[in-house]
Write a protein that binds this ligand. Structure first.
Ligand SMILES: [Zn+2]
Length: 92
């Protein structure tokens, strides 16, 4: 069950970061907030969304995780996700 939540969140967060938040950096709490605003909690509860995002941060796949970066939404320096392609000379 948590697997499908994670798949869903992974897909939606990926879309969000490639389209609406293209080139932006988002931290986990802001991504949770954004997902809840977009989808509500009818499909997945807030807890499921938080856990799913945890999984996405642990293994970001096609996305990039930065250990400490300024979130474009809340302005905090915190681990963030982005879909910005890796640039040469920039390593994790
Ligand atoms: Zn944030």
């Amino acid at each position: 069950m948590s697997d499908s939540a994670e798949d869903f969140i992974r897909r939606e967060v990926g879309k969000l970061l490639r389209v609406d938040y293209r080139g932006k950096f988002m931290c986990a709490p802001c991504l949770v907030k954004q997902t809840v605003e977009t989808w509500g909690t009818a499909v997945y509860t807030r807890g499921q969304i938080e856990r799913a995002l945890d999984g996405v941060f642990r293994s970001p796949g096609a996305l990039r995780r930065l250990h400490a970066f300024v979130c474009d939404r809340c302005g905090k320096t915190t681990p963030c996700l982005t879909a910005t392609p890796a640039r040469s000379g920039l390593s994790a």
